[in-house]
Design a binder for this molecule. Structure first.
Ligand SMILES: C[S@@+](CC[C@H](N)C(=O)[O-])C[C@H]1O[C@@H](n2cnc3c(N)ncnc32)[C@H](O)[C@@H]1O
Length: 632
């Protein structure tokens, strides 16, 4: 063959063999080529060929070589995926750890790393996995509840924790020395500071550790460095859960005495700081008589841990209080139910959150395609260059900030009844430097006179808290531009049967929604006397059970209504809206639906979905989340 070099000839031969599905025969040719010219391109071909020939170990080694030549996020991820595919879990986690150290901002690596956790599925404590979880927990751009739950499970399965738990379940509880083995679990303090811990055993242990530290301190013991690390962690956790844990009368008395000592600045500075953190394990320090003394301690004797503690538990709540005063009211609530619900969220802004998932900036169209992949592209109306987006009932702002952060050129307006929730949202938006959101206080039910129109309206978990959800939905529909899109989130009656039953029981028990009432409800559920074990477990496994705001929202909401799919279908006809598709919480639901309803290509036949949900009542346990547009 005139003019063709030997390597070109070998490559042509190898490609012909690959095309004929003879990867094993192509392999030696590609290996020779790569030895002669170890370019990234040649090695990539070699990796692909090895994988196709089933030579996984060789593929892994060549991928390492490729990575050295081209250390891109995609190459790191492929290497980790190969290790996972071979069951080499620790090696895969190590690769992700190195990849994130080399490319901390790469969303491809981050997403793959978080996604890999589902496949790791390790039920015993593993130090490498713990290191990996610490890295994820410490990032400000990661918030999957799955990571929190996994980290909590890892801690709960560790032998030092198990020993402590056994002690915690005895009448006397642990003594100070018995806390030391917990320092072998570096994941524990990070989890305490960065996440809300869920699980009844963890709660039992934390309550016992808190009490043990209080008794030791007030008994005159010195809390060493290790105990202090735990103490700061527990203070952060109790603050995050809004002081939902039960306490005994002697503990309450000891805390009152400590508060008095703090006010009088008794003891050394070190003792005063520890006393402050102990009090903050039981009471919100920003609203405590000892606050001024604590602020003084931070000013005069700054140390990083104590300063961070004061920022989180004093400065930020103060900042929110200042912000709340300055929020503009667009349309004040007048409806009785709205006022009642507002009061609830003023008491307990919900959900409290710490980090928001980083998503690559993308166009609105691209975002919608990802959310409802079965919807034909032709069905998405063209969107303006700078889409106006309304988040109606934004609560504490996590969703609004994610939208503001991820939609290219999005101009976001976010409103809510609750000033305290909005203040939390505004503080977080400032912290994250998100500047394209305007926040207002407003009642959706009062928005009829508003002249603005929006290209997108999203209202997740809001309408079902109105006395007349259809009235709210009608008003939002009126605010939608003609070619606009709307995303709605509504409770599912079928999915919430356990909650509906427990709410009826709670009404019988007669507890109110004060902190004491919520604590009492939780104790009753934890004892489980009036509940079946299945229902008890289902509630104890809910993330919301572990904070005051969450518990209030989950079990004692002042107003909620659960929908069925036929009701949604009727509402859409009445409002002149067309269903575009559900956003599903995981891909397994889509696969199952497709297998059972292959004729519903666009996955938007609500009769089929109703039959499907009736068969699998848990599939919408988060909520129905769906997109609609104005019917033509
Ligand atoms: C469960 S929270 C959901 C918050 C947010 N959408 C989210 O997904 O995180 C419900 C929010 O709806 C707000 N809300 C309820 N009724 C409302 C109304 N009539 N007008 C405006 N906001 C309302 C509440 O104040 C509360 O913050």
């Amino acid at each position: 063959m005139n003019g063709i070099s030997l390597p070109e000839k070998m490559m042509a031969e190898a490609e012909a063999l690959l095309a004929a599905d003879k990867a094993a025969e192509a392999l030696p040719l590609l290996e020779t080529l790569a030895r002669g010219a170890p370019s990234a391109d040649n090695i990539r071909k070699l990796v692909d060929c090895c994988l196709r020939a089933g030579c996984h170990e060789a593929a892994f080694n060549y991928q390492k070589q490729l990575l050295a030549l081209k250390p891109t996020g995609a190459n790191w991820v492929l290497l980790a995926e190969m290790a996972l595919g071979q069951g080499a879990v620790e090696s895969a986690l190590d690769i992700f750890l190195n990849a994130l150290a080399a490319h901390p901002e790469d969303p491809v690596i981050l997403q793959a790393a978080v996604g890999s956790l589902e496949r790791v599925n390790c039920r015993v404590y593993d130090p490498v996995l713990a290191r990996f979880l610490i890295l994820l927990l410490e990032r400000p751009d990661q918030n999957p509840l799955s990571v929190y739950a996994y980290a909590a499970q890892q801690v709960a399965s560790a032998p030092p924790f198990q020993q402590l738990l056994a002690k915690a379940k005895t009448k006397t509880g642990p003594v100070l020395e018995e806390l030391s083995p917990l320092t072998e679990l570096p994941l524990l303090p990070v989890l305490l500071k960065r996440a809300l811990i869920q699980g009844p055993d963890l709660e039992t242990a934390l309550i016992a550790i808190r009490k043990c530290l209080l008794i030791a301190f007030t008994g005159g013991s010195v809390l060493d460095e290790k105990a202090t690390v735990l103490l700061y962690g527990i203070a952060a956790q109790c603050f995050a859960g809004e002081y939902i844990y039960r306490e005994t009368v002697p503990e309450a008395q000891a805390i009152a005495a400590l508060e008095a000592d703090l006010c009088q600045q008794k003891g050394s500075v070190e003792r005063q700081k520890q006393a402050a953190v102990i009090v903050a394990c039981y009471r919100p320090i920003a609203r405590n008589p000892a606050k001024a003394a604590v602020v003084e301690l931070a000013r005069d004797h700054g140390d990083p841990d104590f300063s961070a503690f004061c920022v989180r538990q004093i400065k930020q709540p103060e900042e929110e209080a200042r912000i709340a005063e300055g929020i503009e009211t667009l349309y004040a609530p007048r409806d009785l139910v709205s006022c009642h619900v507002k009061e609830q969220y003023e008491m307990s802004p919900y959900p409290r959150w710490w980090a928001a998932n980083r998503i690559l900036k993308r166009s609105l169209a691209e975002d919608l395609r990802r959310q409802i992949p079965a919807c034909p592209i032709a069905d998405f109306p063209d969107m303006p260059e700078r889409p106006e987006i309304l988040i109606a009932g934004c609560g504490t702002g996590q969703h609004a900030i994610m939208v503001g952060n991820s939609i290219e050129n999005g101009v976001v307006t976010a409103l809510d009844l609750s000033r305290n929730s909005l203040a939390y949202a505004i503080r977080k938006a400032r912290e994250m430097a998100v500047t394209n959101i305007t926040f207002y206080q407003a009642d959706i039910l009062e928005l009829s006179p508003w002249q603005r129109r929006f290209d997108v309206i999203e209202s997740m978990g809001v309408l079902h808290h109105m006395g007349d959800p259809m009235a709210g939905w009608r008003i939002l529909t009126g605010l939608l531009a003609d070619r606009g899109l709307m995303k709605i989130g509504l409770y599912s009656n079928l999915a919430r049967q356990d909650i509906i039953r427990i709410r009826a029981l709670i009404a019988d028990w007669g507890f109110d929604d004060s902190l004491d009432g919520i604590r009492a409800v939780r104790e009753r559920i934890r004892d489980g006397a009036d509940l079946g074990e299945e229902m008890r477990q289902s509630i104890l496994s809910a993330y919301d059970f572990y904070s005051r705001g969450g518990c209030h929202d989950l079990l004692l909401h002042r107003q909620e209504y659960c929908f069925s799919i036929p009701e949604i279908s009727r509402a859409l006809s009445e409002l002149g809206l067309e269903f575009m598709g559900f956003q599903l919480s995981h891909s397994g639901i889509q696969q199952k639906y497709r297998a059972e309803y292959p004729d519903d290509i666009c996955m938007r036949d609500l009769d089929c979905w109703h039959a499907f949900e009736t068969r699998y009542p848990g599939i919408f346990s988060n909520m129905y989340a769906f997109w609609v547009k104005k019917a033509r």
